[in-house]
Design a binder for this molecule. Structure first.
Ligand code: HEM
Length: 400
């Protein structure tokens, strides 16, 4: 009915606004007053034990931005900044306009907006908090296949924005970037996307720009081990402020799509270890069937090849190391020679990166069949504190 209404009435048939809208009265409506979809009205709470934007499904639009404190700015300025940012994020994620609004998102609901804040290692010394660097916030080692652009890496402060509407996402980015002044200035910024909710007949795991179903074997919130794998338990010492937080590894990974597209589908499937169309493991079954890494095909070969990405990355191959992958695809146009500048804004969440991304990437670096088709071009690691309680700002337990 919803699609029929939109098709029948066309844009002229939409009524925007009207009394009774859940979020400031602005919901796209058909002539009869019914909301066309629930996309605009969906709100993800800003407050809670964990920050939003970690376990929620990845939204259709994402922006990542890193900032550095300006010379002379320290803890006092950082406190004021985190208060400003938290206040604006709280308002926008609830579908309210922030202070000094520019009206870019005025007639939209919250659209599942999440804003997630993190601190890089370089933040702590500048803020006079060197003694509170959490032990898990290590310096990221270099890997042999890295081609890292340092100007587009690291940073004192990080913001991850996700929303199911492009204007709502941009609006949040612009408001927060403006509010960074005078304490901090932009260091790097990246834009990403995923499938739009409702684009598929039923919700399913997203596809990446190589065409693979990506995210199948992620830890699930219903798993017993999930919280211990993804969220930090701060303990009593210098790390206590990270209780309920997580560590985000951010890697901008270019896909070498011209080479990838030359591989026949069957070879592409052997590189990953899963069927491209269905996402089912090459050992058999459907997308959700557990992978049988020991299965031998009738010809005597391993059903999931020795260098298949899912074999080399699997927790079983890495002493149980696990992470929650929740990324965005990116496409920044084409290079002058016609090469697509596109790939994955890979974001991995874990309780301890040394027992998550770093362990798995060390293994992938040497023996992953996928590595010939990708290039890691940016890298960052952030400590993402737990979610703010009502009345608190993000990071208050570190900065107070
Ligand atoms: C699984 C793609 C980079 C860790 C997968 C799967 C695909 C995929 C298609 C199978 C479906 C799934 O379970 O999600 C890619 C692409 C990458 C990339 C296209 C780069 C552009 C990485 C990196 C890491 C990683 C850098 C970590 C260092 C994993 C893990 C799994 C996985 C842990 C699950 C393995 C399992 O237990 O089955 N990836 N991946 N991936 N990937 Fe990646």
């Amino acid at each position: 009915r919803l699609l029929g209404t939109a098709g029948a009435t066309g844009a002229a048939g939409l009524v925007v606004g009207g009394a009774g809208g859940a979020f400031g009265g602005y919901v796209a409506r058909a002539d009869d007053g019914a909301a066309l979809t629930s996309v605009g009205a969906n709100a993800i709470p800003f407050h809670g034990a964990h920050q939003a934007g970690i376990v929620d499904p990845a939204q259709a639009f994402g922006h990542l931005a890193a900032f550095d404190l300006v010379a002379g700015a320290g803890r006092k300025e950082a406190v004021a900044l985190m208060r400003r940012w938290s206040r604006a994020a709280e308002a926008m994620t609830a579908g309210r306009t922030p202070d000094d609004d520019d009206q870019v998102a005025l007639d939209a609901g919250p659209c599942s907006l999440t804003v997630t804040f993190g601190f890089g290692r370089s933040f702590f010394g500048k803020a006079g908090l060197a003694d509170r660097v959490p032990s898990a916030l290590v310096t990221m080692p270099s890997f042999t296949q890295d081609a890292i652009d340092r100007a587009n890496s690291d940073g004192d402060l990080w913001i991850q924005i996700g929303a199911d509407d492009g204007l709502v996402a941009f609006h949040a980015l612009r408001v927060l970037q403006r509010e960074a002044a005078p304490a901090a200035k932009l260091r790097w910024q990246m834009n990403g996307f995923n499938r739009t909710p409702g684009a598929t007949a039923k919700p399913r795991t997203v596809r990446n720009l190589m065409g693979q179903i990506d995210g199948t074997n992620n830890p699930k919130p219903t798993d017993k081990a999930f919280a211990a794998q993804v969220f930090a338990s701060g303990g009593a010492g210098a790390d206590a402020w990270m209780d309920g937080g997580s560590y985000a590894v951010v890697r901008r990974i270019r896909m070498l799509l011209d080479s990838w597209d030359q591989l026949p589908t069957q070879r592409q499937e052997e590189v990953i270890g899963r069927h491209k169309a269905s996402g089912a493991p090459l050992s058999g079954g459907t997308e959700t069937t557990p992978v049988d890494l020991d299965k031998i095909d009738p010809d005597g070969s391993l059903a999931v090849p020795g260098d298949a990405h899912i074999r080399v990355a699997a927790a079983q191959s890495n002493g149980g190391a696990a992470m929650l992958r929740r990324g965005f695809s990116y496409h920044d146009g084409y290079d002058a020679d016609g090469t697509p500048n596109a790939g994955l804004l890979f974001i991995a969440w874990q309780a301890d990166p040394s027992n998550g991304f770093i362990k798995v990437q060390s293994k992938l670096d040497g023996g992953d069949g996928l590595s010939r088709f990708i290039r890691h071009e940016s890298s960052a690691l952030f400590a993402v504190p737990g979610g703010p309680a009502s009345g608190e700002y993000v990071g208050q337990r570190l900065l107070e």
